[in-house]
Design a protein around this ligand. Structure first.
Ligand code: ADP
Ligand code: MG
Length: 357
């Protein structure tokens, strides 16, 4: 008692400080809990020849439409620079006008994308090629063609897709074959996610999930500081059906490559748009979908395509080497998950089974 009397002042002050701290803590939890009045809006549309869905979260609702437009503008500009579908894009012009052995000038963006693609070409020993366009154009799967190409022509196109015949120099590209065509299709959606993120960090939005075809950007949070739960398309379900969920923080991209995106069937066989550059035929190794999760959008997109062509064993090894998370699905509906993603992946469909190893 005498102790309390002697230290009354100090005790009072301590109790006051504790009360203030507790008050601040509960106020913080309340704001976090209701997202500090964060509002969200979903926008759906088409860009870069694919479906785009944007869910944007912001406290200031006037930002929602502004950021939607900002993203559309970013995607349009990117498409006009890099798409082989756009006749006057920088890339189409490069493909049309290059002179064998000369230096064809290219913007830093295109040179950066190409440098990464060439690295993956080397690392996968040709399973992934930035020059695949002559083969994909011959198959015409994107344009609705439904026949197997003539073999003599296919063999010519395989030679034209050999990325050993391009070199990057200071500010341009040297082509050493007359029939080449660069195609950024395997990295475009992921690279676009990176560009969108660069724009979003300059805004005051709280968070967003932007899906561009097979690539999904998770940015920021909903105002609750929690992870995003990103659904992965069921490769044998309807569009929008999910077979698994990946939990990610707000600085990740999840890219998926599958045999269900663009394909035709002939004699009960599926011919899809992910080509093995060595055989010239759609990759046929028992995989039906590969998802790759990492910070870099372009890398996640490139690796999902590369691992799809490599197949389960080599693809799994490559993904682990690159330090990315990956989910592989086989035609038997078996699911294989890299070690670093095991705790963050959850199955959502009874049709699939996770194989532990
Ligand atoms: P999507 O474009 O449907 O999201 P992907 O990211 O897997 O799917 O990219 C597939 C596209 O990549 C094809 O349409 C084609 O343009 C290109 N492509 C196909 N096979 C390869 C390959 N082996 N290496 C590099 N690019 C490829
Ligand atoms: Mg890809």
């Amino acid at each position: 008692m005498r102790f309390i009397a002697r230290h009354r002042k100090v005790l009072k002050r301590t109790i006051a400080v504790v009360c203030i701290l507790l008050f601040c803590y509960f106020a913080f939890l309340t704001i976090r809990g209701n997202g500090g009045n964060v509002k969200s809006q979903v926008y759906s549309g088409i860009a870069m020849g694919t479906a785009v869905k944007k869910t944007i979260y912001a406290k200031d609702t006037t930002l929602l439409n502004q950021v939607d437009t900002l993203i559309d503008d970013t995607l349009k500009e990117f498409e006009n620079q890099t798409s082989v579908r756009v006749k006057d894009s920088e890339l189409s012009k490069i493909n049309r006008t290059y002179v064998v052995g000369g230096i064809t000038k290219a913007s830093d963006n295109i040179l950066d994308y190409l440098a990464l693609e060439l690295q993956i070409w080397r690392e996968t020993e040709g399973a992934f090629s930035p020059c695949i366009y002559p083969i994909t154009a011959l198959w015409g799967i994107e344009d609705g063609a439904e026949k197997i190409p003539d073999d003599t022509e296919l063999q010519k196109r395989i030679l034209a897709s050999d990325a050993n015949n391009i070199e990057l120099v200071e500010d341009g590209i040297v082509f050493n074959d007359a029939d080449m065509s660069i195609d950024l299709g395997a990295v475009g959606k992921g690279a676009a996610c990176d560009l969108v993120r660069e724009q979003l960090v300059q805004t005051d939005i709280q968070g967003a999930v932007i899906s561009i075809g097979g690539s999904i950007l998770a940015y920021g949070d909903k105002g609750d500081g929690k992870d995003w739960h990103i659904g992965i398309q069921d490769p044998r379900g309807k569009t929008g059906d999910v077979f698994g969920i990946v939990d990610t923080d707000g600085n990740m991209v999840v890219s998926t490559s599958g045999d269900y995106e663009k394909y035709f069937e002939l004699d009960e066989k599926r011919y899809h748009h992910i080509i093995n550059p060595i055989t010239g035929y759609p990759a046929d190794n028992g995989l039906i979908s590969v998802s790759v999760v990492c910070e870099s959008g372009i890398l996640s997109d490139a690796l999902s395509t590369a691992c799809f062509v490599l197949g389960l064993e080599e693809g799994m090894k490559y993904a682990e080497e690159k330090g990315v998370g990956a989910v592989f699905v086989t035609s038997d509906k078996e699911v294989y998950v890299t070690k670093n993603l095991k705790k963050k992946f959850r199955l959502q469909s009874d049709d699939y089974t996770i194989v532990k190893r």
